[in-house]
Design a protein around this ligand. Structure first.
Ligand SMILES: *Cc1c(COP(=O)(O)O)cnc(C)c1O
Length: 439
């Protein structure tokens, strides 16, 4: 039996000091009815809680830990960096180095600005789009999450879907009125909006592979339709690849689907577990940003030397050139993810539990539903009780998954074939538990 008394006590104490006992809502496990685990340390594919339990981790800090936790090369570089000082508020060589690494995988990013969170990246990209076009309105898709900016906290998926909040109190009517939310993967809906209001819309922002309503893939031709419609109306197309960047493929969804967005937001992986995100794109647009242009955006800790170091080492590990005899990191992750999902599909079938499984490179997820899932409405129709039982059983079996149906899970380079076998073995019990509960 797994003991979690110390985590329970720690959560009770934390609740006395912090709203809901956490610094980010989905961490609270509220949707799966349990207590969150307090983590003591993490290494490779494993995390360890303060009661001494270990788990194979597929949350990976919600995406960033693509090379696994505490990778020796990242740790060494950080140790060397920390003694040189933790922040200077002045330019460093590392910022250019990380910019070059990003650009080599994302040729559409001709010019980049580093920030500290995905929220900041999308907020700034929208301000830039509005400044550049002189228009106020934006289009987003229901169930896509772009961080907690006021203008984007409308039908925003992820934690808001988990907690059943349509749009947050505190977002003014005026702000919400400038945001048009349409269903994801619905060609007619976006065509109608663009025909009606396209000439007043500054930007269409999209998770090109949607990871915050569970994992939902774009329908064939959907992203090229968005590119076409935005071009027709002088609207900027913003790809929020904060999650799917370096995951859907090394070059993100834009490489996987061969679409050139005007602006791209990145985050998560590019900080290697430290707070880094970025936005970038066409030079002519990016040069509107201060100090080269009038659109203001700044940050005391932006381009922080420790954060740049973790990002640089992580990107070096995953972009190593296969032609130089190095492993193709993305490809290997994709194969491992595929094997794991094939295993889950087999054990689900054996248990008689229909699931919809999705994969995009090293991102994956399942829905407890007997049809394909194309949008937020479909995702919300999946069986949440089944998810809860699945999640709890997997946790008891030593597998740490995201504690909500509306999240995606991730493979890392540290997961071994044996870890994957164990995860598939655990799924046998978890699907059986779901089946039993349904009888
Ligand atoms: C995580 C995420 C964000 C927000 O990033 P934070 O660093 O949490 O602010 C924005 N967009 C997408 C697609 C994300 O997955």
């Amino acid at each position: 039996m797994r003991h979690t008394e110390k985590s329970k006590a720690a959560f009770d104490e934390a609740k006395r000091y912090m709203p809901g006992g956490v610094n980010s809502p989905v961490r609270s496990f509220a949707n799966v009815g349990g207590n969150p685990l307090f983590i003591a340390r993490a290494e490779g594919a494993y995390i360890y809680d303060i009661d001494g339990n270990s788990y194979i981790d597929y949350v990976g800090s919600w995406g960033p830990m693509i090379v696994g936790h505490a990778h020796p090369q990242v740790v060494k570089a950080l140790q060397e960096a920390v003694v040189r000082g933790t922040s200077y508020g002045a330019p460093t060589l590392m910022e250019t180095e990380l910019a070059k690494l990003v650009q080599s995988a994302y040729p559409t990013i001709e010019c980049i600005r580093m920030v500290n969170s995905g929220t900041e990246a999308t907020m700034s990209a929208l301000r830039l789009a509005r400044g550049y076009t002189g228009r106020d309105k934006i289009v987003k898709f229901i169930g896509c999450y772009h961080g907690h900016n006021d203008s984007l906290l409308v039908s925003a998926g992820s934690g808001m879907a988990t907690f059943g909040v349509p749009s947050s109190p505190g977002v003014t009517k005026g702000t919400a009125a400038d945001t048009i939310a349409v269903p994801y993967n619905d060609e007619d809906a976006v065509r109608d909006v663009m025909e009606r209001e396209g000439d007043h819309i500054a930007a269409v922002i999209v998770e090109p592979v949607a990871g915050n309503m569970g994992l939902v893939l774009p329908r064939q031709g959907y992203l090229s339709l968005l590119r076409e419609l935005t071009e027709q109306h002088g609207t900027l197309l913003i790809f929020d690849e904060v999650m799917c960047g370096f995951r859907a493929s090394l070059g993100g969804a834009q490489a996987a689907y061969d679409i050139r967005p005007d602006l791209t937001c990145l985050g998560k992986i590019i900080g290697g577990g430290l707070p880094v995100a970025a936005y970038g794109g066409r030079r002519e647009i990016m040069e509107q940003i201060s100090p080269s242009g009038p659109v203001y955006q700044a940050g005391t800790l932006s381009g922080n030397p420790l954060a740049m170091t973790a990002g640089i080492e992580t990107l070096k590990l995953i972009t190593a050139d296969p032609e130089e005899g190095k492993a193709d990191y993305s490809r290997e992750l994709t194969i491992k993810t595929k094997n794991l999902l094939l295993g889950w599909q087999r054990t689900a079938k054996e248990a008689g539990v229909p699931i919809c499984a999705h994969q995009a490179g090293s991102m994956f997820g399942i829905f407890f539903i007997d049809r394909d899932v194309y949008n937020y409405e479909d995702a919300a129709a999946a069986d949440q009780d089944a998810f809860r039982i699945w999640f709890e059983t997997m946790l008891d079996e030593g597998v740490y998954l995201a504690p909500s149906q509306f999240e995606t899970v991730f493979m890392s380079g540290a997961h071994t074939d044996k870890d994957i076998e164990r995860t598939i073995a655990a799924s046998e019990k978890a699907f059986a538990a779901v089946k039993k509960a349904r009888k």
